[in-house]
Every structure is written in structure tokens, then in C-alpha cells.
Design a protein around this ligand. Structure first.
Ligand code: E4P
Length: 218
């Protein structure tokens, strides 16, 4: 499973990209609204740091407007992928953009059938929002499992990108379900790295090595 970073905050992206585990990034209007500066410049910077697909979302709600905005966003960098919300107009825009060779990530997916329709329209990625489903007492991960099964049944090439990840268990379950990608907020990536037994283990190795240096090891 590939790991994308789910933020528009450049310092976090720079730091975590340096770990060597990040293969793409996702943004949305909310994430970009939290950052200072021109969103287009932020998106360009993200593309320069993360050597992989970087999702940038359209604001228009009509197919015509989405396609126009998508072309402008795609011109920022070759790695930009256009995030389109799942609506009828969104599907129309996805089809037109696919025919033009512009990759899309259909966002705000909450059912496997929405994912199937988005794939049929030509989406490169579909993003089920699992955390927001869990928030309303509906198992988000079931959408991931069922969508994966459907995509496997029909050898669908669209990649399943697990979004709205809130904690490490979401990442674990996404990987066990065989999801293609999980987009993960910096906080959760840092939680995954941390394990108290690893820290204790390092501490103990270093303490023992100090004894060797002092000629006291048995
Ligand atoms: C990423 O593609 C999504 O926009 C993001 O994961 C949504 O996360 P949230 O539900 O925590 O806002």
C-alpha cells in the first residue's frame, strides 16, 4: 500500500517526505485554507517536494466550471491530480478530463457504488472518507473492503485511496484490506513511527554498550 500525506502544511511535508516513505499528497479546500500564501504556489511547492501525485480540488459545482478549473490546476505541475466531488456533474467532468488525459481523484465517496460509478467515468483514484463515516456510527472500512472486492472482480484499474484517516488503526485496516493507497495526516504518521518498546530497546542497547566501552560487560 502506498502512503500519501494528507496536508498542505509545507514544514510537515518537508520533514515527513525526508523519511523516504511518502509517494504522493492530498489537499482539499479546508487544508489549503489553513495555510498562509497563494494556494497555487503551495501546490507547486508540494509537487516539488513529493515526487508523486498531488491532489488539488475544484470549487465549481457544474461540469463546465469543474473542467475549466481542472485545466488551470493541471497547468501548475505535471503531478497535479484533480479532485472532483462525487456528483452527477462531477462524473461528467471526470469523463471529459479523462478523455483529455487529465487524471482525477473522485472525492467525498461514501459507498462502494459511488466508487464504481466514478471508476466507470474514468477516475484515476477514488477516495472513500472512512473517518467521516465512523463519525456517524457507520463502518467506514466496510466501504473500503467492498470497493476493493468489486475492483478485483472486474479488474478495475482505478486506485482506491483511503481518505479521512484519523488514527493508526485506519492505516492498518486499509493495508489488510489491500487498499492501493492511504492518505495519512502528519499526526497519524508520527503516531505510527512511535513505539515505547522501540525507545526502551534503544535505551537499553546504548546503556549496555556504555558498559562494553568501560570494559565492564560480562
Ligand atoms: C483527503 O483526500 C481528504 O480530503 C481528507 O482525508 C479528509 O479528511 P477529514 O475527513 O479528516 O477532513
Amino acid at each position: 500500500m502506498k502512503l500519501f500525506i494528507d496536508t498542505a502544511h509545507i514544514p510537515d511535508i518537508e520533514e515527513i517526505a525526508s523519511w523516504g516513505i511518502i509517494e504522493g499528497a492530498t489537499t482539499n479546500p479546508t487544508l489549503l485554507s489553513r495555510e498562509e500564501g497563494d494556494p497555487r504556489e503551495i501546490l507547486y511547492r508540494i509537487c516539488e517536494i513529493v515526487k508523486g501525485p498531488v491532489s488539488a480540488e475544484v470549487i465549481a459545482l457544474d461540469a463546465e466550471g469543474m473542467v475549466k478549473e481542472a485545466r488551470e490546476l493541471a497547468a501548475i505541475h505535471k503531478n497535479i491530480v484533480i479532485k472532483i466531488p462525487f456528483t452527477v456533474d462531477g462524473l461528467k467532468a471526470v469523463r471529459r478530463l479523462a478523455d483529455e488525459g487529465i487524471r482525477t481523484n473522485v472525492t467525498l465517496i461514501f459507498t462502494p457504488l459511488q466508487a464504481l460509478l466514478a471508476a466507470k467515468a474514468g477516475a484515476a483514484f477514488v477516495s472513500p472518507f472512512i473517518g467521516r463515516l465512523d463519525d456517524i456510527a457507520t463502518e467506514g472500512m466496510k466501504v473500503v473492503r467492498d470497493t476493493m472486492e468489486i475492483f478485483m472482480n472486474y479488474e478495475v484499474e482505478t486506485e482506491l485511496l483511503v481518505a479521512s484517516v484519523r488514527h493508526p488503526m485506519h492505516v492498518l485496516e486499509a493495508a489488510v484490506a489491500g487498499a492501493d493507497i492511504a492518505t495519512v495526516p502528519p499526526k497519524v504518521l508520527r503516531q505510527i513511527v512511535k513505539h515505547p518498546l522501540t525507545d526502551i530497546g534503544i535505551e537499553r542497547f546504548l546503556a549496555d554498550w556504555e558498559k562494553v566501552k568501560g570494559g565492564k560487560a560480562k
